[in-house]
Every structure is written in C-alpha cells, then in structure tokens.
Design a protein around this ligand. Structure first.
Ligand code: HEC
Length: 498
C-alpha cells in the first residue's frame, strides 16, 4: 500500500473509531426518523458478514503464522499471508456498517434494557479492537520482520472474542417474525389486487378461483402448523408435493387419478372423504370448477380466458358474486385484525409484556414476557381483561403474581397454554379456571403450588398436562391425584416455556 493510501486509511480508522465510540453517549431522540429505523432493521441480516469475515481473518492469520514458523511444513498449503490484509479491511468496513445499523435500531427506542446496552457496547468495543488491529497492521514500522506482531495480533484476537460474545448477546435479544419488513414502505403495495378488480378473462383459475375454496375449506387442517396427512395446501407448489400417501394430488386431465379430486368426491360416509364429514363441505359448483380445471391440464398459470364453456360461465354466475363478497369480508377482517394487533402491541408496551398474533391460531394472540423482563403483577393481568377472549397462550415465568391473577385468567375462555413457573401461585386459584374448556397445558414448576392447591386440578375439564417440578407438592399427593385423574399427565419436570 502506498504511503498516501496509508495516511487516508489511518484517518478513516481514527475517524470511524471516534464516531462509533461516541454512540453510547449520544442522546436517544423522542421521535426517530422512519427511514433510519428502516435501515437499522437490516442489522440482523448484515451482521452475518462481519462474523464470518472476522473469524476467517483470524483463521488465515493463524495459518500464515504457522507457515512462517515452519517453512518446511509437511502440509502443503498455498501462501495465505497476502490475503490477510484485504480480509482485515473488508472485515473492518462490514463491521462498521453493521454497527451503525445496530445503533440506528437502538435509537428507534424499540430495544432497551441491560442486554441491549451490553450489545451496543460490544459493537463499539469490536470496532475499536478491529480498527486498532488494522492500524497496527498497516502502520509503518509496526510490522517488523519478526514473527510475532504482538499489538496487531492481540487486537485481532480480541476482535474475534468480541464478535462471538456480542453476537451471542444479540441472539439472546429476541425479535418477532416480521422484524425486517414491518417498517418497509413497499410491502403493502405488493399485496395482489383484489380479484374483483380484474377482468373475468384475466382471472387465474387456480390462484383466483380455486385457492379461495382451499383457504376456506381445507387450510384449517393442511397448513404449516397443522399438517394433517402430511399435506400442506398453502400454495400450488406445496400442494403438488403431496402428503403421506405419496399419491399424486393432481394428474393433468385425469381428475379420477388426482388424489385431491378423488377425496372431495367420495361419498359422505366414506372415511377418507375430504373435508371430513363434520366440516363445511364443498358445494357442487366448487367441485365442478375443480374438475374442469384438472380436465384442462391443472396448470397453475391457466387464465379463465374470454370464452370458457357455457357450463363454466353459468357456474361462475353464482360463484363469483359469492367469492367477491367473501373477499371483501376477508379484507375487512384483515384490516380489523391489523388494527387490533397494533392496539394490543401498544398495551403490551405499556404493561411490560409482548402481545403478538398467535401464528398457530388465526385471529388470536399470545402474551409473553419482554426481554429483559419488566415487573409484572396481579394488576398487570387485570389490565388484559378487556381483551380476555383473544388470548390463547400466556407465559409469565417469574412474574410477581399469585392466585388472585388466576381469577382474571379464568376469563380468557380461549386459553390453551398457561405458563406460570416461578410465580407465587399456590393452586388455590386454579378453581377459577373451571370454565376454560380449551386449556390443555399448565406449567407451575418452581411455583408455590402446594398439596391443597394441586387438588383443584380436578375442576379443570380439558387439561392434558401439568408441570409441577420444584413445587411444594408431595409425591404421595401427586400419586393419588394421578390415580384420580388418569387422563391428565402430571409431570415432575420443568416443562417448556414459550
Ligand atoms: C378437519 C380437518 C381437515 C380438513 C378441513 C381437511 N382435511 Fe384433508 N386430511 C385430514 C386428515 C386428518 C388427513 C389424514 C387422514 C387421511 O388420509 O384421511 C387428511 C388427508 C388428506 C389427503 C391425503 C394426503 C395424503 O397424501 O395422504 C388429501 C388429498 C386431503 N386431505 C385433501 C383435503 C382437501 C382437498 C380438503 C379441503 C377440501 C381437506 N383435505 C380438508 C384432515 C382434514
């Protein structure tokens, strides 16, 4: 590197170290600019580059030291020493971009607490270590001909350790599913146009006409979370993969050989009939439409075209108005759900909880602790009561609550999972849960659950498993209870949180 570039490099290293070093001391604004939050959200994607590059630099440095110490080494390797410099530089630049991204995210105010500030400091120290390594690597005279270059190698090693610690802390700071795209301005615009706004000839037979039938009558059992028969029907490609029977779902022009069609046309009393008899069935129009589409080749790109046969035109006269109406209804429900989700997320922020849509139960929500946990009391649980029927899971490990909170929880009539380990619940309040006929599992490990309290389990109609590890119950009482409630698993295990 010519000396002019070296001077520029040193100015760059010192400048960026000072800027990044000031991050922890700058005030966080009340209202951060949306675009900066958006850029910050790329932090979780970017961070993979510095992790890989820094570790790679370390490995190559190790190899080149090995080659210098034993020039006549037996393992023949190409000379890697010339790669170390460029790798170091690229590491420093990608780390800088990543740390700036992380800092923008921090300024958004969405992330607070001990772990977050440790993570920020980790990033800042990492920049200092890495820039110092780069400085000593290129500083004239710092790299003598001797085989150990203490300052440079020391800082590089430190950077390696810091990147591991910092990324571990970062991983512990939990994040939601649509983390990256939530603030992305263009996502909403990417949603497909409503079917109603298309010309009939332009309608895609599968996507626009058949998929709504599948969504309505099949997807409740055949989706990523509930995969009955091993079959997922959320897209054409997942449908084509088929299910456990490995029979072809769709055979072009052969409805009778297509398992999908075969299943929907079986007699109602047949065991294999789809949807199962107790569920909403397909009507004749829907079956005819699917048959016609398979007859035509079961192509997912097929357009309805301007002259479908009369039978199909007639059929659509009934079907389309219903489809449009249900689409409008669905869109309205979606908007309502979106605003409800926002309202509940805000309630979560105010009360110190995370309240999110339940990915497994559409339209319902889950409640969990923030990371790091805020102080949660009986009063916090009371604040959730106006929304009680919306919750399917509630997880409050270590919360400062007792049996009084169970009175409020007893109003959450769609609750399936209740996790209250490490709380002051004695079990006295379990009787309040007697109307929760969806409740499947309860975790009271390490709580103050006692012998008298645990007996209240006999009032709970649908519970399948209870975790009582580390509670104050006696083995003998649990044994008696197991005999009395043979269908309930009473487990002396810590059990899962969620
Ligand atoms: C209430 C739940 C439920 C609904 C709704 C439902 N299915 Fe199923 N489906 C099942 C179960 C359970 C199985 C596995 C048992 C079996 O093969 O019959 C299954 C299996 C299948 C299979 C066989 C997969 C394989 O390769 O083994 C097909 C095909 C299928 N369903 C199609 C449909 C279609 C089409 C619809 C909508 C019209 C539908 N299902 C709606 C529960 C459901």
């Amino acid at each position: 590197m010519s000396s002019r570039y070296k001077v520029l490099l040193v100015i760059f290293l010192i400048g960026t170290t000072l800027v990044v070093g000031s991050f922890p001391f700058l005030p966080v604004p009340e209202e951060p600019a949306g675009i900066l939050v958006f850029l910050g959200r790329f932090h979780p994607v970017l961070l993979h580059f510095p992790i890989v590059l820094i570790l790679l630099t370390l490995i190559f440095e190790g190899l080149s030291v090995y080659q210098k110490w034993s020039p006549d080494n037996k393992i023949k390797l190409p000379n890697v020493a010339p790669l170390v410099g460029p790798l170091l530089l690229v590491s420093a630049i990608t780390t800088l971009i990543t740390v700036i991204g992380g800092y923008l995210l921090f300024r958004s105010g969405e992330y607070q607490g001990e772990l977050v500030s440790q993570h920020l400091w980790g990033g800042v120290l990492l920049i200092i270590a890495l820039n110092s390594a780069a400085f000593f690597y290129w500083w004239p005279g710092a790299k003598k001909s001797n085989k150990i270059q203490a300052p440079y190698q020391g800082f590089l090693f430190l950077a390696g350790a810091l990147v591991i610690i910092t990324s571990h802390i970062g991983g512990t700071i939990t994040h939601g599913q649509d983390f990256l795209t939530e603030h992305m301005p263009s996502l909403k615009a990417m949603k497909p146009a409503p079917v109603e706004q298309k010309e009939p000839a332009e309608l895609l037979v599968f996507q626009d006409l058949i998929m709504p039938i599948i969504e309505d009558k099949c997807q409740s059992c055949h989706n990523q979370y509930k995969t009955k028969g091993g079959l997922i029907m959320t897209s054409f490609s997942s449908l084509m993969k088929g299910g456990d029977s490995e029979k072809p779902m769709l055979v072009p022009s052969q409805p009778a050989d297509s398992e999908l069609f075969h299943r929907i046309t079986l007699p109602d009393d047949h065991d294999d009939k789809m949807p199962p008899p107790e569920k909403k069935q397909l009507n004749q129009e829907e079956v005819d439409l699917i048959k016609w589409w398979i007859d035509q080749g079961a192509d997912d790109n097929m357009l309805l075209g301007s002259s479908p046969p009369d039978t199909i035109t007639q059929l659509l006269e009934n079907y389309l108005p219903r489809l449009f109406q249900s689409e409008r209804l669905k869109m309205r429900q979606e908007q309502e759900l979106e605003s409800l989700a926002k309202e509940l997320a805000e309630l979560g922020d105010e009360t110190g909880l995370v309240i999110e849509l339940d990915p497994e139960n559409r339209g319902f929500f889950t409640i969990s602790m923030q990371m790091p946990p805020a102080s949660i009391t009986n009063h916090t649980v009371t604040e959730l009561t106006p929304y009680a029927p919306l919750f399917t899971k509630i997880s409050l490990p270590g919360a400062d609550i007792n049996d009084d909170a169970l009175f409020e929880i007893g109003k959450m009539k769609n609750l399936k999972n209740l996790y209250l380990p490490k709380t002051c619940v004695t079990g006295e309040g379990l009787a309040y849960l007697k109307d929760l006929d969806q409740l499947e599992s309860i975790n009271l490990s390490n709580s103050e659950l006692n012998n008298q309290g645990v007996l209240n389990l006999i009032h709970l109609p649908s519970v399948e498993e209870v975790y009582v590890w580390g509670a104050e119950t006696d083995t003998l009482v649990l044994k008696a209870l197991r005999t009395f409630l043979p269908e309930v698993k009473i487990l002396e295990e810590e059990g899962a949180y969620f």
